[in-house]
Design a protein around this ligand. Structure first.
Ligand SMILES: Nc1ncnc2c1ncn2[C@@H]1O[C@H](COP(=O)(O)OP(=O)(O)O)[C@@H](O)[C@H]1O
Ligand SMILES: [Mg+2]
Length: 281
C-alpha cells in the first residue's frame, strides 16, 4: 500500500515555481528521503502533504485522501518534526510532554517510556530554554511520538547536530520503521540518506532528477565502472571492470599482492553534484 501519492504536483509562490511537476509514491513502512540543497522546496512539500499549503496543480494523497478530506483518524496518525521548535520554553521537558499529551489526548503514562526511547529521561526536569539543540530536537521527536504516528515527517532531523546525537536519532528511526511506521524525511546530508532511506528522490530546480534506492542510483551513475587496487607496495592500479582484466586481478590475489580493492561507483553526494552541478549546502 502507498501511504503517500504525489502526482504532477506544481507549487508556485506568486509567479515563482518552487515545485515543478513532480510525481512519486511512498510505500507503507518505508523510510523515504527527499533530498536537495536549501531552497529546493523540501519544507514546502512537507507543508503541502500536511495540508498547510495548497498545491497550485496536481494531486497529493496521504492514506488515500486529499488534504482537504483528511479525516480525524488520518490527522491523528500523522506527526511532523519541523525546524520551528514550537516548544514551551519556560516549562520543563516533562511538562512540555504533559501539555502536548493533553492536546493530543494521548496517554500520560507513556511519557516516561517515550523520554527513555529518545534518551532524554535524565533531563526531564530541565527547563526547555536551557536545552542544547540536540536535546530540543529529541524532545520534538518525543512529542511527535505521543500519538503513535503511522506516518512521521521529519524536516532535516539531524541538521546541525553532533554525530553521536545524529546516531541516536538514526537508531530511533530504524526502530520506528521496524515497528511499521512510514517515515518521510528531508535532508541535505547524502550520507544520512544512503544509510537511512529505502528510496530517495533528488530534487533540483523543482524537479526530481533521480529516484530510487541509494544503491541503484549510485550504480546507474557509475560511468567509469573501474576497479581500484592498491598493492602491498602502495601502488594504485585502476582497471576496467571487465572479463579481460579477470586474470590480471586473480594473479594479484594469487601473489598476495592486494592491500585493498574497491569498485568505482560514486557516492550519492557525487551523483548529486554531477546531476545538478551544485554542492549541497
Ligand atoms: N510561504 C512562502 N512564501 C513565499 N515563498 C516561499 C514560502 N515558503 C517557501 N518559499 C520559497 O520557496 C523556496 C523553497 O523553500 P523551502 O521549501 O523552504 O526549501 P527547502 O526546505 O528545501 O530549503 C524558497 O525559494 C523559498 O524562499
Ligand atoms: Mg527546509
Amino acid at each position: 500500500m502507498n501511504v503517500i501519492e504525489v502526482k504532477d504536483l506544481i507549487k508556485k509562490f506568486d509567479t515563482k515555481k518552487v515545485i515543478d511537476n513532480i510525481s512519486f509514491e511512498v510505500a507503507e513502512g518505508n523510510i523515504f528521503g527527499f533530498l536537495g540543497p536549501s531552497g529546493a522546496g523540501k519544507t514546502t512539500l512537507i507543508k503541502i502533504l500536511l495540508g498547510e499549503y495548497s498545491a497550485t496543480k496536481g494531486i497529493v494523497k496521504v492514506f488515500g485522501k486529499k488534504p482537504e478530506n483528511y479525516s480525524d483518524e488520518i490527522t491523528n496518525s500523522i506527526s511532523a518534526v519541523m525546524d520551528n521548535f514550537g516548544l514551551y520554553e519556560r516549562l520543563t521537558v516533562y511538562e512540555n510532554l504533559e501539555v502536548f499529551s493533553n492536546i493530543y489526548k494521548a496517554d500520560k503514562n507513556e511519557i516516561s517510556s517515550i523520554l527513555e526511547k529518545v534518551e532524554i529521561s535524565d533531563s526531564k526536569n530541565q527547563i526547555v530554554s536551557k536545552l542544547s539543540k540536540g536535546m530540543k530536537q529529541r524532545l520534538m521527536i518525543a512529542r511527535a511520538l505521543l500519538n503513535h504516528p503511522k506516518l512521521l515527517f521529519l524536516d532535516e532531523p539531524t541538521s546541525g547536530l553532533d554525530p553521536a546525537t545524529s546516531l541516536k536519532i538514526h537508531n530511533l528511526l530504524f526502530e520506528l520503521k521496524n515497528n511499521g511506521t512510514t517515515i518521510f524525511l528531508t535532508t541535505h546530508n547524502m550520507e544520512e540518506a544512503t544509510k537511512m532511506c529505502d528510496n530517495v528522490a533528488l530534487l533540483h530546480l523543482g524537479k526530481i532528477v533521480e529516484f530510487g534506492t541509494p544503491k541503484d542510483i549510485c550504480m546507474r551513475n557509475n560511468e567509469n565502472n573501474t576497479i581500484k587496487i592498491i598493492t602491498k607496495n602502495n601502488k594504485e592500479i585502476i582497471l576496467k571492470n571487465n572479463k579481460e582484466n579477470a586474470s590480471k586481478i586473480a594473479k594479484m590475489f594469487e601473489q598476495e599482492d592486494v592491500l585493498s580493492i574497491h569498485s568505482s561507483e560514486p557516492t550519492l553526494e557525487n551523483v548529486f553534484i554531477k546531476l545538478t552541478g551544485k554542492e549541497l549546502v
